[in-house]
Design a protein around this ligand. Sequence first.
Ligand SMILES: C[S@@+](CC[C@H](N)C(=O)[O-])C[C@H]1O[C@@H](n2cnc3c(N)ncnc32)[C@H](O)[C@@H]1O
Length: 284
Amino acid sequence: MNRAKVRDKASLTQLLRRILKQTDHVRRFPRYESFAHASASTKGYEDQDITQMVSRKAVQLRQALAKGGLEKSVSGRQTIQNMFVLRHVFQGEPLSVIDVGGACGANFFILGHVLPGLIGKWNVVETAGMAMEGRRRFQSGPLHFFEDLAKALGPTADQRPNLVLASGVLQYLPNGAQALQSWTDTRADWIYLTRTVLGANCAKPVFTAQTTRISDHGPGPLESAEHSGVACQPMVVNPLGAVRQILSRSYCCEYLFEEERDETTRIGPCLVRTITAGFLYKRT
Ligand SMILES: C[S@@+](CC[C@H](N)C(=O)[O-])C[C@H]1O[C@@H](n2cnc3c(N)ncnc32)[C@H](O)[C@@H]1O
């Protein structure tokens, strides 16, 4: 091999090393054709272990909140952001809220505690298993659990909710566009999406699945240091542009919350630029 060739090979190796180093931090996920394909081999959010973990943590959270006196302890940017939103949409009358994917009601417990008197009705829409657990252990006063939106809305059109809240849920629904449309169809005064993972550089939904520790589900840390297994949930990166387009048909965005740093994620062969954001939309 002559010297020039050796030099070329060395610089090529160096270049390759540099590229690999640059993409070292890129998280890798599998890619599926559809939500059904991603669900096929996982229990998803219907996993009983997740439901039980979330339920135990919600009990823990409720007990911890009950211990506090008049002084309210507020921790974390997410709670402060949620408090801001609730205060912003409050017009003097107790709010009627639909909380899609609201698990066992953690956001109701926290916000009801730090902002007493603002909530009139809090209807959680959840998977069948989580809704059943919610009804069994947590349903009381303004807090109710349903497994579909129509039931949560009630029988008459004049019971329009003030707010539809979807926190960390859009990316777990089989059809994000359909879900968004159903939320705008409620004609709620406000729609608040938060902890929402969206694709900034994709035109169509990208289907994947995430593996999580069961102990990471539910509000806050687990009191005991026990270890638990892992679970897997189908996940969809919905295109940012399409989401905003659907909402903008009958709502306008008042606040955009930049919640986490943008990331590049490798899903199958594609590099997807994901953002985790929040949006507060007002009905026009
Ligand atoms: C990441 S957790 C977010 C929980 C809570 N909203 C929060 O912000 O902490 C996602 C939630 O979405 C719920 N979920 C998943 N699929 C759903 C579906 N098809 N309909 C309603 N909720 C669903 C899960 O059961 C889970 O409670």
